[in-house]
Write a protein that binds this ligand. Structure first.
Ligand SMILES: NC(=O)C1=CN([C@@H]2O[C@H](COP(=O)(O)OP(=O)(O)OC[C@H]3O[C@@H](n4cnc5c(N)ncnc54)[C@H](OP(=O)(O)O)[C@@H]3O)[C@@H](O)[C@H]2O)[C@@H](O)CC1
Ligand SMILES: Nc1ncnc2c1ncn2[C@@H]1O[C@H](COP(=O)(O)OP(=O)(O)OP(=O)(O)O)[C@@H](O)[C@H]1O
Ligand SMILES: [Mg+2]
Length: 361
């Protein structure tokens, strides 16, 4: 059981209550109806997140070969932002992925390579300023062709950290996302990837392998766009569930004081105390962490575990695991560095935090 038995029955009760109280909250719910839904605040069940990590983390078996513990790719990194894709990609490696790639613009590539020799960096994206109007079609076909060579090898891709908002670049990334979807590759969408998706929901609608990881502002924009309403403090859980439902059941991890996770069927939360430091980049660690755990969870769910767990959504397991590990690492870093805690310090605590939950040997 990935929820304790008491929380699992609480979850059933929660659903019964939600159905009774919010009978109008079907996929066809109108915006006005949505605003009228003022259900009583129902407590959201806490996931047994460390238990999930223990279940889905693969053994360090001596027979395994390079790549089996995960190949992750980050699509992000432009002139302004080089830290974000680095944080995401290096976190994936520190947690246990075997290979971590970054697909970024030429300007960002040398910088990202210089942060770490561990990352495989592809300088193939282009922004408008570096491509003439009459070259755009050729350049975008070339970019897609280059990425296609790699895409099917990845267990999960993360789109958005440090991507920027250049229209030409975002057009190319939309094509990459469509192609990843055809190949049924799980996709974590964060930061500027959420900006792209918020302006074109069809890119993810109904994709059961998509995870959106909005922060406070990104969630607010998504709600405004999809449900045409503001964030409700009365019933955050049901609002999140309806948002996911309206986007065809994509998994959403709403970041905040508590991380709330829903796939339109269930809502769960991770509220383990992390760090009071809110330095930028923690969401980037989270996206890398969710990518690795999601690929592990898919293997776990597909590998003949007890039938009662077979219906579990591996994307939810990946979110729950990614969230608690980031929080635990943030706490470790804070206890050591206090006010000086930075994202790089948190990354250094990922290994130790995972070891405490799930020892390597
Ligand atoms: N080192 C690097 O390279 C990093 C690069 N990064 C990259 O930066 C890019 C843009 O991402 P983003 O998250 O800064 O953009 P966006 O969603 O527009 O938010 C901006 C505004 O929202 C607000 N705001 C935020 N949180 C809030 C809260 N809790 N509660 C209330 N308000 C809140 C806040 O507004 P303010 O308070 O300033 O008015 C803030 O200015 C993206 O590519 C990302 O990956 C980051 O990953 C960090 C590390
Ligand atoms: N108020 C809070 N209290 C405790 N933890 C929080 C709080 N807000 C966010 N977190 C934690 O920090 C993680 C990152 O969330 P945050 O909202 O900072 O993302 P972000 O804005 O996308 O970060 P980034 O700077 O990388 O873009 C979340 O998973 C959550 O666990
Ligand atoms: Mg972010």
């Amino acid at each position: 059981m990935w929820l304790s038995s008491s929380t699992s029955s609480a979850l059933r009760r929660q659903h019964f209550l939600i159905r009774s109280l919010c009978a109008s909250s079907t996929p066809q719910t109108s915006h006005n109806q949505m605003e009228r839904v003022h259900c009583a605040s129902i407590s959201i069940p806490e996931a047994d997140a460390e238990g999930v990590i223990r279940k889905i983390t693969p053994l360090l078996d001596r027979t395994r070969h390079k790549g089996q513990a995960g190949r992750i790719a980050v699509i992000g990194g432009c002139r302004e932002y080089t830290g974000a894709p680095y944080f995401t990609a290096i976190s994936a490696l520190k947690i246990g992925a075997d290979l971590s790639h970054v697909f970024c613009t030429k300007d960002a590539a040398t910088v990202i390579k210089s942060y770490s020799p561990e990352l495989i960096v592809h300088p193939i994206l282009e922004e408008s300023y570096s491509v003439r109007e009459d070259e755009r079609e050729t350049v975008s076909s070339y970019i897609l062709a280059e990425i296609r060579k790699w895409l099917e090898r990845f267990d999960c891709i993360v789109v958005g950290p440090g991507l920027g908002r250049d229209p030409f670049l975002l057009n190319c990334v939309s094509d990459i996302m469509r192609h990843a979807r055809q190949l049924t590759i799980p996709i974590v969408i964060d930061a500027d990837g959420l900006y792209l998706v918020t302006n074109n929901i069809e890119l993810v609608r109904g994709n059961s392998l998509a995870i959106l990881t909005p922060n406070v502002m990104e969630y607010k924009r998504l709600l405004e766009k999809v449900l045409n309403c503001d964030v409700s403090n009365d019933n955050q859980s049901e609002q999140l569930r309806i948002l996911s439902q309206k986007i065809g059941g994509v998994t959403i991890l709403r970041k905040g004081k508590e991380d709330l996770i829903s796939d339109a069927k269930t809502v769960t939360k991770v509220s383990t105390f992390g760090s009071p430091r809110r330095c930028g980049g923690q969401g980037d660690i989270l996206s890398g962490s969710v990518a690795v755990f999601t690929s592990w969870a898919r293997h776990y769910v597909m590998s003949g575990i007890p039938s009662s767990e077979m219906s579990l959504n591996p994307l939810i397991l990946g979110c729950v695991a990614g969230s608690v590990l980031l929080r635990k690492a943030a706490l470790g870093a804070f206890l050591s560095k206090k006010r000086a805690t930075l994202t790089t310090d948190i990354i250094e605590f990922l290994g130790q935090s995972l070891e405490e939950i799930c020892p390597a040997e």
